[in-house]
Design a binder for this molecule. Structure first.
Ligand code: PMP
Ligand code: GLN
Length: 386
């Protein structure tokens, strides 16, 4: 038989699925795959239920229901001062994962180059490659994840079609600061490139750190495609409702990819997300404050048993160096070991580096109830004391 597509055939099952299966098999507390332990805001779920009964359930408009496109445009104005035309500059997708694929398929021609930072979210490289581009990877290192400016500059060339970057950043917990954002904007402008901005954790940032969309920078409005996700903003990861904001010229091409990939997204979920995005500031402030508290619970627990944690200014992931525990294997060995032997699961950060290897760091997800985090710490403490 002829072989299937060699790019996809060459990848294994995603690390999130692998580690979640292993966690279930060993009855382990799953701090691996990033999903909140709660069930999302009750009023948003109630709205989805209500709309399922009251509102049309046939194909909604291809760009998304007007209520949600208007809500995204108003959200972008409220939080970032962006003037967005909801009719031509907003599109709803089935999660940020689809939004990313749509943007990459819509912009890339075979032979283009795409600049990315690693460690990176695992869908980026396969889709970039499948779209025919060559990824140019700039490596960030724990514990501070500083941007190596010379390497970033060197990654850009006349072949650069776009930079794909994520802030607040999974898995690092890094939030790009004003200087870094301005530096990236300068390169995008200089190389006449685009920027696909994965901002799914836009509302999950800590310690007064500000999320700055690249799109707000001078000259960037026409070059950026900004992606958000209701999964993260409303702790409803199973819903897979995402949204893209971009100038009309770019969005109309991205819509071509969307129409052939999913075409639409369940209309009741879209309407409920529209309701959610109109919540008052208190909702968004509480989301960030709650996650910051959880980060602190996990951080003090991991530090308490001797692990060294990296900086974390946003997202719901904390990275920890496990070498101080005296464990000698790789990050993959460590995450398997603690799942099987201690009953706590984390993700090896090497899974987010293109070449794999050993990062020496494990990613722990803290969007869980306090008692779940405390129980996980107790299990690790007991195991490594023994
Ligand atoms: N980008 C990043 C950085 C993520 O962490 C996630 C979460 N899985 C996504 C994109 C995908 O979001 P969604 O679940 O909305 O597809
Ligand atoms: N974004 C989540 C994470 O990084 C999970 C994504 C997934 O399971 N595909 O853990």
């Amino acid at each position: 038989m002829k072989s299937a597509n060699e790019i996809f055939a060459g990848y294994g099952t995603t690390v999130f699925e692998v580690m979640s299966r292993l966690a279930i098999e060993h009855n382990s507390i799953n701090l691996g795959q990033g999903f909140p332990s709660g069930n999302g805001p009750e009023d948003v779920r109630a709205k989805a239920a209500e709309c399922l009964g009251d509102q049309p359930n046939q194909y909604p408009p291809m760009l998304g229901v007007p209520e949600l496109r208007q809500a995204v445009a108003d959200h972008d104005k409220r939080f970032y001062g962006l003037d967005v035309d909801w009719q031509t500059e907003v599109m709803v997708t089935s999660g940020a994962t689809e939004a990313l694929a749509d943007c990459l398929f819509a912009l890339i021609n075979p032979g283009d180059e795409v600049v990315v930072f690693e460690p990176l979210y695992d869908s980026y490289i396969p889709i970039i490659r499948r779209a025919g581009a060559m990824p140019k990877i700039v490596r960030l290192e724990p514990p501070n994840w500083d941007v190596p400016r010379e390497a970033l500059e060197a990654a850009f060339s006349d072949k650069t079609k776009l930079i794909l970057f994520n802030t607040p950043m999974n898995p690092t917990g890094k939030v790009f600061d004003a200087d870094e954002i301005a530096f990236i904007a300068g390169l995008v402008e200089r190389y006449d490139a685009y920027a696909v901005c994965d901002e799914v954790y836009e509302h999950i940032k800590f310690d007064g750190w500000n999320h700055i969309p690249l799109m707000t920078q001078p000259g960037m409005r026409e070059r950026c495609l900004r992606i958000g996700s209701a999964g993260k903003t409303f702790s409803l990861t199973g819903w897979k409702v995402g949204y893209i904001t971009a100038c009309a010229g770019l969005l109309s091409i991205v819509a071509k990819a969307h129409q052939f990939v999913t075409f639409t997204t369940p209309p009741n979920l879209q309407r409920a997300v529209a309701f959610g995005l109109r919540k008052d500031d208190a909702y968004f402030d509480a989301l960030a404050a709650d996650m910051q508290h959880k980060r602190d619970v996990l951080r003090s627990g991991l530090e308490g048993i001797g692990m060294a944690t990296a900086a974390c200014h946003g997202t719901y992931f904390l990275n920890a160096d496990f070498k101080p525990l005296g464990f000698n294997g790789s990050d993959v060995d460590f995450c398997r070991h603690i799942t099987v032997e201690a009953g706590v699961t984390a993700i090896p950060v090497s899974a987010f580096y293109n070449q794999g290897g050993d990062s020496g760091v494990a990613r722990f997800c803290f969007c869980k109830e306090d008692q779940v985090l405390e129980q996980a710490i107790e299990r690790l403490a007991r195991h490594f004391a023994g």
